[in-house]
Ligand binder design. Structure first.
Ligand code: ZN
Length: 458
């Protein structure tokens, strides 16, 4: 079952459309089919999904027998043990045991999951959080949805209720939330909250250009972006405040879970990330409790409309193979030597790694992962980034390589601190300091486990 040629179907069930994908083992999309969700007609939702599956399989020139499993994402809560639907707040679904219906109909493994969780899972598999061991998704739209992925798996909690970060209380006695509670995250920072505050400002006599962009009586994400472009004072003020709450949400998640990454997505982020993300990063970096740790990495979702359906395919793939996403399918692969990135060239200010130009200093860690050097921390501590200290060496050498190569720039600018030397000695890691082009070459040619810290720009 792990020949690398399995095909999966992933379905994203929404209130207005059903999106179905045929996806390979590696997450490549082979076929895509979108149809309207018919809420008024006689055809059950399960049968509409079945029709979409038939359609997309035909679109891929395959038959049901070629498919290894079907994943379906729904906008609600699913019992992760049985696959039965618990609630779907905004859709009338008569068949809560749809998982059985689809299994009988296709004779295939079927897995159901929550759409936001699966969107987060897909970002970890194929998107902005690719390669991360842990990530939390924050999706800002009409509400705020969240998903938690740890070790390549969705963490849904004991009652499948985890990840409901939209309802973290961030303001006691704050504005009322759709859930009935006061001061929830989404009552402070969703598009609905932004619209409420903007309308209140206008009602109080403030001027705003945003009413020009109103569509069908609604302020969509595009309207917010246009008003920001206009330099609209009211909208800027409301969204700056929302950004502070989004940052509070990020910090709350960090205190609780300390994920490797936070993924921001959803309509508001897609339209207004240029404005919101720098404000959020500023607040996160200013957190008093950060200690000596580096700032949490914040990324923007990359998969757009395919994310949820792709995550659904990933869910059933993990179920069929028993291997979490992002892990090698074949166990023997885990013993195979790591595939280290190749340094194609090194020049002043730019290094090319596996064909990709990077205009920053980099690390290639012992586990083969490519990372940026964290120079802000070094400048703060030493007044220069021309220093490699014990902490940086430890980061690069996580997993204890045989050899560490250090590219000192073009004039041998970089020096090692004493604690860095002590670290390397204690773990018997051989270290070579060379001009950056030579260090890259030596690294490329070295056999066995290795790591690289490369200085190309100040
Ligand atoms: Zn709430």
């Amino acid at each position: 079952m792990t020949d690398g040629n399995l095909r999966y179907v992933g379905v994203d069930l929404g209130g207005t459309k059903i999106l179905a994908l045929v996806v390979t083992d590696d997450g490549e999309v082979l076929a895509r089919l979108k149809q309207q969700t018919d809420l008024a007609g006689d055809v059950s939702i399960a049968n509409q999904i079945a029709a979409a599956i038939d359609g997309v399989v035909a679109e891929a020139d395959l038959e049901a027998a070629d498919i290894a499993g079907i994943g379906v994402a729904i906008p609600g809560t699913v019992d992760s043990r049985t696959g039965y639907i618990i609630t779907v707040p905004n859709l009338q679904i008569d068949d809560l045991r749809m998982v059985d219906t689809l299994r009988d109909r296709f004779g295939l493994p079927v897995a159901l999951g929550n759409d936001v969780n699966l969107g987060t899972l897909a970002e970890c598999w194929q998107g902005a959080a690719r390669g991360a061991d842990s990530a939390v998704g924050i999706f800002v739209g009409t509400g705020i949805g969240g998903g938690v992925v740890i070790d390549g798996r969705i963490r849904a909690g004991a009652e499948d209720m985890a990840g409901e970060i939209g309802h973290l209380c961030l303001m006691v006695d704050g504005p009322v939330c759709g859930c009935g509670n006061l001061g929830c995250f989404e009552a402070l920072a969703s598009r609905t909250a932004m619209e409420r505050d903007i309308r209140a400002g206008i009602a109080a006599g403030r001027e705003s250009t945003i009413t020009h962009y109103e569509k069908a009586g609604r302020l969509k994400s595009g309207a917010l972006a246009s008003a920001l472009d206009d330099g609209d004072e009211l909208v800027t003020e409301v969204m700056t405040r929302a950004a502070h709450y989004l940052a509070m949400g990020v910090l709350t998640i960090r205190h609780l879970l300390n994920p490797e990454l936070i993924i921001f997505g959803g309509g508001v982020i897609e339209a207004c990330s240029d404005f919101l993300i720098p404000l959020i990063e500023q607040d996160v970096a200013a957190d008093n409790m950060k200690g000596s740790r580096d700032a949490l990495r914040i990324v923007i979702s990359e998969l757009a409309d395919d994310a949820v359906a792709l995550g659904a395919a990933g869910l059933v793939r993990a179920e069929v193979t028993g291997v979490p996403l992002g892990r090698p399918l074949d166990e023997s692969d885990e013993e195979a030597p790591l595939a280290y990135p190749n340094i194609d060239s090194v020049d002043f200010g730019v290094v090319v790694v596996d064909g990709a130009e990077i205009a920053r200093d980099i690390q290639i860690r012992a586990d083969g992962k490519l990372r940026n050097r964290k120079k802000k921390r070094l400048r703060k501590l030493y007044g220069t980034s021309h220093v490699i200290d014990g902490k940086e060496v430890a980061r690069a050498c996580k997993g204890n390589p045989d050899k560490l190569f250090i590219g000192q720039g073009f004039q041998g600018m970089i020096r090692l601190t004493d604690d860095a030397r002590e670290y390397l000695e204690a773990l018997a890691i051989a270290c070579e300091l060379l001009p950056s082009p030579d260090a890259a070459e030596a690294y490329n040619e070295a056999e066995g486990s290795k790591a690289l810290i490369l200085h190309v720009t100040c």
